[in-house]
Design a binder for this molecule. Structure first.
Ligand SMILES: [Zn+2]
Length: 277
């Protein structure tokens, strides 16, 4: 059963044309078998080297060892390539279909599963980038290129990148190395690649924000939640454990914490929204 306060707020949003927004993270892709690369999954072993995700997923590392970084990313890409969207992704797509422009999806996931589920490009804001694209590692332009088809993603030997594959990972304009289109640990959010300003604008227009499967360890997601709260929107966290958001919402009259699995919550929420329309 969905909390009555949520239903009331949903009604208000529909009357006043306020956005109903979703901020999601790795937790919703875990059911699709995608490791989070935090905690116990946060290591990468290549040859005799053992890296922490926070060390290898950096611009600094890419500048000195681009091939090592690409080995890691190609392995991750091969995992996401096989993965299928789960019930949570599908419910988000269904809710978008019901709400159209009153809907916004802000996702930290780079795995392409929202696209596979059928979420629209216009209302999905990928604030940590997108594995389906690459861009120039030397920033000769801001252009995003589709992931090169020359790369073999099935049955990858994680320690090897072939000559042909390495050639395909060259910028078509300046021939420098291409890089994955993702936000690295030593980089900052911006508008041109990660839609920072757009997402903050959406937060102002949001009447209710659902936070699902993310711990809030990075600053833009926390800014989004804060913006919704100060503009008198409601923030609802759906989680099975405490997070930075739980701290933020504690003792706030317009904050709500719900301990439940995301797939079940979203399925019920979709039905409630259907009933309100
Ligand atoms: Zn270039």
């Amino acid at each position: 059963m969905i909390d009555k306060r949520i239903i009331e707020q949903l009604k208000l949003c529909l009357q006043k044309q306020k956005k109903i927004s979703f901020l999601v993270g790795a937790g919703i892709s875990a059911e699709s078998g995608i490791p989070t690369f935090r905690g116990k999954d946060g290591y990468w072993v290549s040859g005799s080297k053992n890296y922490k995700a926070q060390d290898i997923g950096t611009l600094r590392m890419f500048k000195c060892s681009p091939k090592e970084v690409w080995k890691w990313f190609l392995y991750r890409k091969s995992v996401t390539e096989r993965a299928k969207p789960n019930q949570s992704h599908l419910m988000l797509k269904e809710i978008e279909k019901l709400l159209n422009d009153n809907f916004a999806l802000i996702s930290q996931n780079v795995d392409g599963l929202h696209r596979k589920a059928g979420s629209s490009e216009e209302r999905t804001f990928l604030i940590h980038g997108d594995f389906d694209f690459v861009r120039c590692g030397d920033e000769c332009s801001e252009e995003l290129y589709p992931f090169p088809t020359e790369i073999n993603l099935e049955g990858r030997n994680k320690d090897i990148i072939t000559e042909n594959e390495w050639k395909a990972l060259r910028c078509p304009k300046c021939k420098e190395n291409l890089r994955p289109h993702v936000l690295w640990f030593d980089e900052y959010y911006n508008e041109k690649y990660f839609k920072k300003n757009s997402v903050l604008q959406i937060s102002k227009e949001t009447g209710i924000l659902f936070i699902i499967g993310t711990s809030g360890a990075t600053n833009l997601p926390l800014m989004v939640a804060n913006k919704v709260l100060v503009n008198n929107g409601m923030v609802v966290e759906i989680n099975i454990e405490n997070s930075y958001f739980s701290e933020l919402l504690r003792n706030k009259s317009n904050g709500l914490l719900i301990i439940e699995k995301s797939s079940r919550f979203l399925t019920e929420l979709k039905t409630e929204i259907e009933n309100l329309l």
